[in-house]
Design a protein around this ligand. Sequence first.
Ligand SMILES: C[S@@+](CC[C@H](N)C(=O)[O-])C[C@H]1O[C@@H](n2cnc3c(N)ncnc32)[C@H](O)[C@@H]1O
Length: 252
Amino acid sequence: MTQLESKSLRPSHSPAMEKAIPITTCRIGSWEILISRRPLSSEGLASRYDSVSGSWERTARRFQLETAYQEPLLTSQVTTVLTQAGPQARVLDCGVGNGSLSIALDSILTDPVDYHGIDISAEMLVQANSTMQHAGLRAHLRQADVLSLPYDDQSFDVVMAAHVLEHLPDPQRALKEMNRVLKPGGMVFVCVTRHSLFGAFIQLRWRTWAITEQQGIAWLHDCLLADVGYQSVHFGSCAGVASTAFWARRPK
Ligand SMILES: C[S@@+](CC[C@H](N)C(=O)[O-])C[C@H]1O[C@@H](n2cnc3c(N)ncnc32)[C@H](O)[C@@H]1O
């Protein structure tokens, strides 16, 4: 049974605060030229995703997202964390989209857990409500910004986000907020677009970051997380290895 809660959102950062996303640097003699791009604002992202929500299920199927997420989820041993947490285990999926990451996680678990999902786009939440209900997940959905999660400190065993952080002017701020709601001993799992031909296409179309393995690992260490791991994510279709999954535990 899915529960869906919706409200109008105030942007959590103003355009003046937005940092530009560095795209490339070139050096000519003593000159260094940095080409960067302003990210979409929270409202811009919400309305872009509202407008593609109807076709997102097709996109998820084309890139076989549910299958793609299974392998790194298994490697991260997120299943052990949830088994240890027992029947009260709680998972938060930030930028839930149509629920692909939660559905992938559920397919590798033996016991049911409670899924909480937030998204900035009301229309994506409508999609998530339908696909997660169809897949039989116990899901609770809310419209919210990952930069300001409407949950108490240390309230989830697993906090995850797939292809969300690269949209933000300051991905580290989102990671810190995800870490805030993570229980000691819990796991954070994120998946982000990396540098590749496909990544460049996404970057051009969606004004996102392409994140290196070193950057992702450094961000997790900055949050004082331990047992950091990462793995390439293989998509279906022509996208190939277009993303990296990162995970880490919050020390007890
Ligand atoms: C590329 S989609 C990924 C959806 C899903 N996680 C998946 O892997 O299929 C990015 C999602 O993040 C949401 N999103 C973008 N910025 C967000 C923010 N600041 N807070 C919450 N959700 C956000 C979008 O609305 C969209 O549903």
